[in-house]
Write a protein that binds this ligand. Structure first.
Ligand SMILES: NC(=O)c1ccc[n+]([C@@H]2O[C@H](COP(=O)([O-])OP(=O)(O)OC[C@H]3O[C@@H](n4cnc5c(N)ncnc54)[C@H](O)[C@@H]3O)[C@@H](O)[C@H]2O)c1
Length: 459
């Protein structure tokens, strides 16, 4: 099948590369010349395991081409997937990229001789595909929907395992204007062995929000319990969560063995959720609810709990050091999770800002973040090249991601470089690691004297 992908970000490029590897003739388009130049040379513009290998293979085989010219990419194309960003600041979802892309596709459909299905892959609130994208395509093409197809196909991949997720989907959700549109989408995913759900455009749009809202809710639930445990001497959130997870409805037994579903990783305490999707999507859903006069107090609370968590973790550092004025904190982990270089809405950055507000000097280290990436996010002044450099003469280290390198690190050597060997574990990643004598280790979610002191530093 001839496929056009509009936008070569995490979703667009991974989708394009993976579909090309399944034998489709894929043309990826982006407005950024730099990005297209980089991809053409076989490089991915962001870190994603396995992606460059597929890009190089599929470009060499001729199954994947990249261009800034949509007209070239649309020639003879049977389906286009719009995968441009839909950023949001809480109140407002910016649909400008989506509208531009829809209008451009419409213009290119004016003289198309074959049936073509326009598909929205970006995350958008219910009604966007039918009312905004469709209207723009009709207006610019002069053709009525039905003569061209319309689908909404939400994407569930996770950054850091995007290729693996796309290649092995749990399901493909096909929101369709009509059966003819959906049949083309079904053919696109023919080689993917999973359930394919044919639903309305609005149901497809909502399914993506339902999925992310549930994940965000689980994280905030775990973090609210962590805060409760911190206020309860003798309580430990890890033990409470272990007990919760053993409910057979969460981790069933099969053939005498306990199955531990991946969803349980969202029921663990931490520093809050972030990234380009969860906060943006929960906020978009809240705004959609408000516009439709539907109360959504649960979603409001999920965001409120999430906003509090970085402050609570920064207050721990303040309590552990007896004040942060003039103290240096090494923040280990800066991206929104380990295994990605995405800094968008990272909760580690919220922790950093809270530490600075409290008077600390901060150095950051993240194995996945280059100096250039830190500079692009306005964080270069905090950047350290290595864990050693970040920890040099630091008063405390604060861990924010579940990076396995933290477990394997030589803490005896690392702690000896610090002014005081204080370790605040924002993700409880070192819980089972044997730390050298003298280390002052403070995991999250444990009631006790630190959290008694912490109250005076709460803001
Ligand atoms: N990142 C994720 O993990 C993820 C997962 C599932 C869904 N989503 C959703 O998918 C969408 C895309 O997310 P992303 O993270 O891949 O975005 P991104 O910001 O990484 O990439 C978007 C790309 O689109 C390009 N672009 C913008 N307008 C264009 C146009 N008119 N023509 C061609 N290219 C254009 C940009 O230059 C950019 O390269 C969003 O709606 C997001 O919510 C993201």
């Amino acid at each position: 099948m001839i496929v056009t992908i509009v936008g070569t970000g995490y979703v667009g490029l991974v989708t394009g590369a993976c579909l090309a590897s399944r034998g489709h003739d894929v043309r990826c388009v982006d407005v950024s010349e730099d990005r297209i130049g980089l991809i053409r040379s076989g490089k991915a513009p962001f870190y994603e395991p396995g992606l460059e290998d597929i890009l190089q293979r599929c470009q060499a085989s001729g199954n994947l081409s990249v261009t800034t010219d949509l007209a070239t990419a649309m020639r003879g194309s049977q389906i286009s997937l719009i995968a441009v960003g839909t950023p949001g600041d809480g109140e407002h979802q910016d649909l400008s990229y989506l509208k531009t892309a829809a209008g451009q596709i419409g213009m290119n459909l004016k003289n198309a001789s074959n049936y073509h299905v326009v598909t929205v892959k970006s995350t958008v609130v219910p009604g966007t595909t039918r009312n905004i994208v469709n209207a723009l395509v009709e207006e610019k093409s002069g053709v009525k929907a039905g003569e061209f197809g319309l689908c909404m196909n939400p994407e569930f991949l996770r950054e850091g395992s995007a290729v693996e997720d796309f290649m092995n989907p749990d399901r493909v959700v096909i929101g369709e204007l009509d059966a003819k549109s959906g049949a083309v989408m079904e053919a696109l995913y023919d080689s993917f062995d999973c359930e394919k759900l044919h639903v309305s455009l609005e149901e497809a749009e909502l399914t993506k929000y339902a999925s992310n809202a549930l994940l965000a809710t689980l994280i905030s639930f775990a973090n609210e319990l962590a805060a409760l445990c911190e206020a309860t001497p003798g309580a430990d959130v890890e033990t409470v969560m272990d007990g919760l997870h053993l409910d057979h409805r969460l981790s069933p037994m099969a053939d005498g063995k306990r199955i531990r579903p991946a969803i349980l990783t969202y029921l663990r305490a931490g520093i809050g959720f972030g990234g380009s999707c969860l906060p943006k999507d929960v906020n978009a859903l809240r705004t959609y609810a408000r516009r439709n006069q539907v109360p959504a107090p649960l979603l409001d609370a999920v965001m409120a709990t999430n906003a509090r968590r970085p402050e609570q973790v920064a207050a721990m550092a303040e309590a552990a050091l007896g004040g942060l004025a003039g103290k240096t904190v090494a923040l280990l982990g800066l991206a929104f999770k380990a295994g990605t270089d995405d800094l968008r809405s990272s909760p580690a950055i919220a922790v950093l800002q809270s530490l600075i507000k409290r008077g600390a000097k901060v150095r950051t280290y993240d194995a996945f973040i280059t100096r250039a990436a830190a500079a692009a996010a306005g964080l270069e002044s905090f950047f350290a090249e290595s864990m050693e450099a970040a920890l040099e003469q630091a008063d405390a280290a604060l861990l924010t991601t579940v990076d396995s390198a933290f477990r394997q690190a030589d803490w005896k050597r690392l702690l000896s470089r610090m002014r005081t060997p204080v370790l605040i574990d924002g993700r409880n990643v070192l819980r089972n690691v044997r730390l050298p004598e003298g280390a002052r280790y403070y995991p999250i979610g444990q009631g006790g004297p630190l959290h008694e002191m912490e109250r005076q530093w709460a803001v």
